[in-house]
Design a protein around this ligand. Structure first.
Ligand code: GLN
Ligand code: ZN
Length: 765
């Protein structure tokens, strides 16, 4: 007799089909509703989310995956592990106390937030200094009970596992990594998890999903030890409560050690991780007594799965692991909710999209198929939809495909080496020592945003809008000249977002109407969908750059977003390799770079801010990723003459990891965000020899505080200790679009004055 296969989910998006959840949070913050009203609506939204999944026919429904802001924050708030500046509690936090941690209040800055693995979701960073762990409330039981009472289901509470919680947190200002710290913290918080588990067991909960995604970073058996300690403990205190140990975002290296852990189900990701989880199952088998919770539907992309292929794969898995659940690869929190509002998508594209709701339905259909139910018409429809998308014109651009095939025959290098180029560039640009510049964007004022909104609604004509953008650009060129900056920018007033804007101009992209995904708190983003062959059909930024250049005798930098950043901040088609899509974008941008040069632009900056954050989770996969980044950057930037100066810009710290990549890009000038961790970056340059020009950001644009001349001068002097003054640029550490005009002008004037000060020191030596 074969076991029945079950469908299961790991988590569902919080935002609501019409972003009701976002509106709820914001109306509470604005004081329009009180805590009781908030709770009432939040409950309604939770129940809607659960009900949908039940109605789709999902067998195992996740509960307590909801949150009022972030699930890691919920966990630390429940365990009294919030940063001590926000106090210590012996009762559940009120909504105000909870939001204070997330957003800061008049006395305290918000808790740190950072990216969740390699996903564009931000979690609240736990800080383990001086806190006394204490269970303030069993939120997992509370939400399980709510689902039971209201909808009569025995849901599966989702809980961030203790080891992951510790490893995502900081102790003494640094991420917890020493095993002695992990073990000590684990012994402190395990009893709290124990209490939660005991109460769940007593209430009649059958399954709990223990999320331990940090397991994908474990290298060997020794790294699995804390997870073993935790699961043994929890299994012992609540022996009747079944644990699904859930991993995601990559494969498991110490596979055998993990599958031996004392849990009743193991959740593995079969979508990401290059098929390694599957290889391991084939090689080492899977324990007979455990359930394999197989993540076979992509939980961080938006494409319809090929159901027949997935069904065949699941059949194969079942022969190796007879007790089987079918799941998404990770929580569906990271995809939009439903495609039903995407009325502007072509029929071929629409048929190929699957957001959270459609993914749940795919899982249900696959489960039925494996259980022998009739799903013939669903499968037929699926085949037809995929065929339509794959044979669509958008995916069969012969010119683009041939260009990709010819890539290997071409050499993407500048005509001359840097030393040679830099001489020609200097002869053409005549820049002073320690040139000053900015990173690209200037304040997107209320006026700029209002005008754009009016234009989108049709209240402002195309011409009126263009006139406005030009007037704003002209005004800022003048302001930059007044300050005395050496290399000017046009200000990026035409773009809301550095990826969205390029998506709108390139073929192969689709801008969703309602494809919102939570980024942090109430903040959602709508990543562009790259669905077809990417092609250059019109100039993207040439008009804006040329206009700006016409207003001044100083050089104006052209400003583009590099291929990898575009890819990392979009949903990317999965029928061809990611690297191919990246190179298609690169080939398009190459034409734009050439067109900018033709239009008289002498300096072109190609931004790659997402390079660092997109690094694969496993270090052994870094090199391939970085090589691909270098390759696509070079495709983009090598079509110009030696005289044209190529810049790039990157955000975030930890540059030690990628310094050789930075050098490999062969950009003439790089500016990097450094002001938050100046020390570390400087030491990176002490060890590595860097021969090109570099701008280490000399002030932090993320804060409204205006840095003084003395402070900026100090930062310049510190940089000059490790970098020769002939290579050094002076600039803020990132774009200025979030700052206001007054702050920006004052800060830039101080930057200019600081440069002059240091310049005179150098000259008098
Ligand atoms: N050129 C962009 C800007 O100035 C760079 C933004 C970024 O680094 N994220 O806004
Ligand atoms: Zn930046």
């Amino acid at each position: 007799m074969t076991n029945t296969v079950k469908s299961s989910n790991l988590g569902y998006p919080r935002l609501g089909e019409h972003r009701e959840w976002k509106k709820l949070l914001e109306s509470y913050w604005q004081g329009k509703i009180d805590e009781a009203q908030f709770n009432e609506t939040a409950k309604k939204l939770r129940l809607i989310n659960l009900k949908k999944q039940i109605e789709f026919g999902l067998d195992i429904v996740p509960v307590a995956d909801n949150s009022n802001y972030d699930h890691v924050l919920d966990t630390i708030a429940t365990f009294n592990l919030i940063p001590t500046r926000f106090g210590s509690y012996d009762r559940p936090l009120t909504l105000d106390e909870y939001f204070a941690v997330a957003r800061g209040n008049k006395d305290n800055v918000a808790a740190d937030m950072t990216k969740w693995f390699n996903i564009n979701y931000h979690y609240t960073v736990p800080e383990f200094d001086n806190t006394t762990p204490r269970l303030l409330e069993n939120r997992w039981l509370k939400y399980w009970q709510e689902a039971k009472d209201e909808l009569d289901i025995n849901g599966k509470p989702v809980i961030v596992g203790p080891v992951t919680l510790i490893k995502l947190g900081k102790l003494r200002g640094e991420y917890v990594s020493a095993s002695s710290d992990i073990n000590q913290l684990l012994e402190q918080i395990l009893p709290l998890y124990g209490q939660v588990f005991k109460e769940l067991q007593a209430a009649g909960v059958t399954w709990v999903q223990l999320d331990e995604p940090t397991l994908v970073k474990a290298v060997d058996e020794a790294d699995v030890e804390p997870y073993r300690r935790a699961t043994e403990y929890l299994n012992e205190v609540a022996p009747q409560l079944n644990i699904e140990l859930q991993t995601y975002f990559d494969s498991i290296d110490p596979y055998q050690a993990v599958t031996k852990l004392p849990v009743q189900a193991i959740g593995l990701d079969f979508v990401h991780g290059n098929g390694e989880n599957f290889d391991n199952i084939r090689k080492f088998g899977f324990p007979e007594d455990k359930i394999l919770a197989a993540g076979i539907i992509d939980g961080h992309n938006v494409w319809t799965a090929n159901l027949q292929e997935k069904a065949n794969f699941a059949e194969e898995l079942r022969t190796l692991a007879p007790k089987l659940w079918l799941q998404p690869s990770n929580t569906l929190l990271h995809v939009p909710i439903t495609k039903k509002y995407e009325t502007k998508a072509s029929p071929e594209l629409f048929g190929g999209l699957a957001f959270a709701d459609e993914k749940v339905q795919e899982l249900v259909a696959l489960t039925k198929k494996l259980n022998g139910d009739d799903v013939k018409s669903i499968f037929e429809q699926n085949t037809a939809a995929l065929e339509a998308l794959n044979s669509s014109q958008a995916r069969n651009n012969k010119v683009v495909q041939e260009a990709i095939q010819h890539l290997s025959q071409e050499r993407f290098e500048r005509d001359s080496k840097y030393a040679e180029r830099s001489k020609k560039q200097q002869a053409s640009l005549h820049l002073p020592l320690l040139p000053t510049t900015t990173i690209g964007s200037f304040p997107q004022s209320a006026d700029v945003r209002a005008k754009r909104a009016a234009w989108r609604k049709g209240e402002l004509s195309e011409e009126q809008y263009n006139d406005f953008i030009e007037a704003e650009t002209k005004r800022w060129i003048q302001l930059q000249e007044d300050i005395g900056l050496d290399v000017l920018v046009h200000g990026e007033f035409e773009r809301t977002d550095m990826v969205e804007y390029f998506g709108q101009k390139l073929a192969g992209f689709f801008a969703t109407q309602n494809g919102w995904v939570q980024s942090y708190g109430s903040r959602g983003v709508r990543p562009p969908v790259i669905f077809g062959d990417v092609d250059y059909t019109e100039p993207i930024t040439v008009k804006e750059s040329a206009f700006a250049q016409a207003q001044t005798n100083k050089p104006v930098k052209g400003m583009l977003t590099a291929p990898l950043t575009i890819i990392n901040w979009s949903f990317v088609r999965d029928d061809i390799p990611r690297a191919t899509v990246q190179n298609q974008i690169a080939l398009s941008l190459r034409q734009e770079v050439i067109n900018l040069e033709k239009a008289g632009i002498k300096i072109i900056q190609v931004d790659e801010p997402a390079l660092r954050e997109g690094l694969p989770l496993k270090q052994r996969n870094w090199q391939d990723y970085l090589d691909e980044a270098i390759y696509s950057f070079k495709i983009t930037t090598t079509g110009v003459r030696d005289e044209t100066q190529i810049h790039t810009h990157m955000c975030y710290s930890d540059f030690e990891d990628i310094i050789s990549t930075i050098s490999g890009l062969d950009a003439d000038v790089i500016s990097i965000e450094t002001s938050r961790s100046h020390g570390e970056i400087i030491s990176a340059f002490e060890d590595a020899h860097y021969d090109k020009q570099i701008g280490l950001g000399v002030y932090d644009i993320h804060s409204p505080r205006i840095p003084s001349v003395a402070e900026i001068a100090d930062n310049i002097r510190r940089g000059l200790k490790v970098i020769d003054h002939n290579q050094f640029w002076v600039n803020p550490d990132c774009g200025l679009k979030t700052r206001n005009e007054k702050e920006t002008l004052e800060a830039l004037q101080n930057l200019e004055d600081a440069r002059d000060l240091v310049f005179s020191e150098i000259s008098s030596n």
